[in-house]
Design a binder for this molecule. Structure first.
Ligand code: AMP
Length: 843
């Protein structure tokens, strides 16, 4: 397959970027396990103050997701130590790392042990000699750890740590033995910055409001609270200030929190001097400074910066000076890139000149090439010998990363092309036929009268039903995707442990929702506890049992006309049903079908279906047989006395809504009113389902059918039948779910309720008003969709919503669509309200 020229250009561009640009660290991406679990951290790099016995030495302190026996752990000899608070487990990462998350676990030894650290502290060091106690942004040092010996507890480090050595220090009252297994998450700190020295920030009084620009997380020394030396802090914490410096990313902090800022009046020379010390000599290509520029309040980015370089003891004579373009228009905060001309240094001193009364910085980052090894500076036994080692590792890392990016891009491009083809609506049937022809042909007793084929040949159909249902791009396997994210991974990985502990999930959040890192998707999927779904016992009874009214239709009276489509159970055929009206004893023309013999859709279970699929098929029949609403597709009869099992439903001449709307023919002729009319019908059908407390779980345009005169009926109860299995339908052992239509709580907590159907309705309405031109969140990969789900959970304003469709009035988007995607399920509207609101909008 040839890659298009554009795509090759894209690869080249990305590669070039990867080689030449190394951007500042992004704490949201920088969350990789650093090697306690995976073994990349060597035993000799894990040490401890003491251990209880040889079998609980430091090297056993590795967090363990997979093994499950939970036997090995580090357990200090706290009892014999007069001051157990000094005990620690130390990890040497061999180079500076940006650490954003830590995980801890206890020791259960398969029920024999029950040792864990309820609370602990962290200390860290960049050089191995001076140690700093970590504290959160509010000054708290103690981290709440484990509450049992099984579960992994992850804690975000806010602020993150930049260190090579990290110590975990259990806090205990000596009443119990403590054991720990740990993991660190983050990424390598490529800046190599060991410390910066700056004058501490000042206080501004803005319209009577105290605004503090001090470096509140600085971890070095502070001389009389004015000169900060030998530490790192807010300028390297990966958090960039907002345009309006009065506001910060977190609401709980004081105005000005995200910035370090200085007042011109305190600097008679007109500049602020900063000294940056690095781990070794490097070639610096540039420095990026994130500055505020709210000039209406006397704040502007710097006018000029002059940087001096030092590799040995003396500053070099020729500094680099840079003057950024003055911006008198935009008040947005921005990164200013200062070219450093590939200068060599281990220390850089920069003087930033004021251009207004205030200068505010929130981040400083450096881009440097590989280190320059200077023999005069590095005697044989000097620790700087490790410089070479670490740079070789960085270089190898970069090359591996580039190759991985290249491979990933090629795979993505190929994948997109393959899937685009598969999803090509027009060629869907062709694809089906081709697949059918390719797969083994097996004659089987299938007593439809095939009007075109078999009636001529006199033989029966030889449809095979052996094929594996092709996975549609709308359905994904969330547990697989979630496992890729370190913050979510433990929830899926600890299934084994949870099931041992016999738990569903541990509630944690203040709103009663479990912390996503504590929610267990797989255990919920496999939980038989139906209480997690909002279906009452009464309604369970309603759907349970056999339905005597669903009668067996003589299958010889079905005559095959054409194939309509294919679902996960098998094919759907259009058939003529001779005598169906008499059989049902009803005049079906009332339902809009005047054909005689009646045209029906026949859904057939493929022959090689296993027992589970067969049971599910029968359950779907049972569910559908009880549903009777003008906007729910009606089950007319069944053929279940002999194989293959069939369900006979009313025929919807215009197929599914997705394929209907995306057909170019309808592009111009469908009015906004018609589209909203369709949404009204779906809302009405859902209103009926919700009156039965029935959760559909897979509402989307692809699962709505279109009949004559734009009649819409909800179909496909394939996912809802799982209510009775307490687990997801699995195709070849995989749980595949429509993640782009699912609420955050369905993805992260496995919770499906009426409110999650409302969420899916919002997405369905969006599909309708965009004429199904693209998949929801088409610009996001599946992984990014899951990440976005995490943002909905965190609700820090970073979640991405589907955009307003071009023809959609503001009030439908803001008052209806967005309300369906509210984080709090209780605040989402009911289908009754949605139905009324849509009707009202048509009035
Ligand atoms: P399903 O197995 O229900 O997902 O159906 C697969 C495809 O068959 C759908 O996407 C429709 O295109 C078609 N189909 C299913 N049921 C009907 C029906 N009652 N009337 C017309 N087409 C149908």
């Amino acid at each position: 397959m040839k890659l298009k020229i554009m795509e090759v250009k894209l690869i080249a561009f990305v590669l070039l970027q990867a080689v030449t640009v190394r951007s500042q660290v992004n704490p949201e991406m920088c969350r990789y396990p650093l090697g306690m679990t995976g073994g990349q951290i060597q035993d000799e790099d894990i040490s401890a103050s003491s251990h209880w016995s040889e079998s609980t030495a430091a090297r056993f302190g590795r967090l363990d997701f997979d093994n499950g026996d939970g036997d090995g752990a580090w357990c200090p000899d706290i009892m014999s130590e007069p001051d157990g608070l000094k005990e620690y487990l130390q990890v040497d990462l061999r180079s500076l790392h940006f650490i954003t998350l830590v995980g801890t676990q206890g020791r259960h030894a398969d029920g024999m042990g029950n040792e864990f650290a309820q609370r602990y502290r962290i200390k860290y060091s960049r050089d191995g000699s001076s140690w700093v106690g970590w504290h959160d942004r509010k000054g708290r040092q103690i981290i709440e750890g484990n509450s049992n010996a099984y579960d992994v507890v992850l804690k975000d480090l806010e602020p993150p740590i930049i260190a090579r050595f990290v110590r975990f220090m259990p806090v205990t009252d000596h009443s119990m033995i403590v054991c720990m297994r740990v993991e660190l998450y983050g990424c390598e700190w490529l800046d190599g910055l060991m410390s910066y020295s700056i004058p501490d920030g000042h206080q501004m009084i803005y319209r009577g409001l105290d605004v503090f620009f001090n470096d509140s997380v600085y971890d070095g020394a502070s001389a009389e609270r004015s000169e900060l030396t030998k530490g790192l802090g807010q300028l390297t914490d990966g958090t960039w200030g907002l345009d309006d410096f009065l506001h910060s990313h977190s609401y709980n902090f004081w105005p000005g929190y995200d910035y370090v800022g200085w007042n011109n009046r305190s600097f008679p020379r007109g500049y602020v001097e900063m000294i940056f010390e690095f781990d070794h000599v490097r070639n610096f290509s540039s420095m990026k400074v994130h500055c505020n520029n709210m000039f209406s309040r006397g704040v502007r980015m710097f006018r000029q910066v002059t940087c001096y370089f030092r590799s040995g003891s003396e500053w070099e004579a020729d500094p680099v000076t840079f003057r950024p373009a003055v911006d008198r228009v935009s008040q947005s905060a921005r990164f200013i890139t200062v070219p450093l001309g590939d200068r060599t240094a281990s220390t850089i001193k920069c003087r930033f000149h004021f251009s207004d009364l205030w200068m505010l910085f929130s981040e400083v980052a450096f881009q440097s090439g590989s280190a320059v090894y200077n023999t005069s500076m590095a005697p044989r036994d000097d620790p700087t010998h490790k410089v070479d080692d670490s740079n070789t590792r960085i270089l190898i890392g970069c090359l591996v990363a580039i190759i991985a990016i290249l491979l990933a891009i090629i795979v993505i491009i190929l994948w997109r092309q393959v899937w685009q083809k598969m999803l090509e609506k027009a060629s869907r049937r062709m694809l089906d036929d081709e697949l059918t022809a390719r797969l083994a042909i097996q004659t089987r007793a299938f007593s439809f009268h095939h009007s075109s084929l078999s009636s001529e040949s006199g033989s029966t159909s030889n449809s095979t039903y052996e094929r594996i249902f092709p996975l549609c791009a709308d359905y994904q396997e969330p547990s697989r995707l979630i496992r890729k994210l370190p913050e979510f991974s433990q929830s899926t990985e600890r299934l084994g442990k949870l099931s041992k502990g016999n738990k569903a999930f541990a509630a944690g959040g203040s709103d009663g929702a479990p912390h996503y890192a504590e929610a267990d998707i797989i255990s919920l999927q496999e939980s038989s506890d139906n209480s997690i779904y909002s279906i009452t016992a009464v309604n369970m009874n309603f759907f349970a049992g056999t339905d005597s009214s669903m009668r067996e239709f003589p299958r010889q009276k079905l005559t095959f006309k054409e194939k309509l489509g294919e679902g996960q159970f098998g094919e759907v055929h259009l058939c003529e049903a001779e005598g169906m009206q008499d059989f049902l004893g009803e005049d079906l023309s009332i339902e809009g079908n005047n054909e005689s013999p009646l045209l029906v859709a026949v859904k057939t279970l493929r022959e090689d279906a296993n027992k589970n699929a067969r049971n599910d098929f029968l359950k779907e029949i049972r569910i559908m047989s009880r549903l009777r609403d003008p906007n729910i597709v009606r089950l007319l009869a069944v053929c279940v006395d002999t194989d293959p099992l069939c369900m006979i439903t009313e025929y919807m001449e215009n197929g599914d809504l997705n394929q209907f709307l995306s057909h170019p023919m309808y592009f111009l002729c469908l009015s906004y009113t018609t589209l909203i009319g369709m949404a009204v019908q779906i809302a009405s059908g859902m209103k009926y389902l919700s009156s039965l407390n029935f959760v559909h779980r897979d509402l989307a345009t692809r699962n709505c059918l279109v009949g004559k005169k734009y009649t819409i009926k909800i179909a496909d109860f394939g996912m809802s039948r799982n209510l009775y299995r307490g687990g997801y339908y699995r195709i070849q052992g995989r749980a595949v779910l429509p993640i782009r239509w699912m609420s955050w709580e369905s993805i992260l907590l496995g919770k499906f309720t009426m409110a999650s159907d409302v969420w899916a309705f919002g997405v369905t309405l969006w599909e309708i008003l965009t004429l199904c031109k693209e998949q929801p969140y088409s610009q996001l990969s599946d992984e990014q969709v899951i990440e976005n789900t995490g943002e909905f959970f965190r609700e820090q304003g970073k979640q991405v919503y589907l955009p307003k469709p071009p023809c959609c009035p503001d009030r439908i988007y803001k008052d209806l669509m967005l309300s369906c995607w509210r984080r709090n399920a209780k605040q989402r509207p009911s289908f009754q309200e949605i139905h009324a609101q849509l009707l009202e909008s048509l009035a």
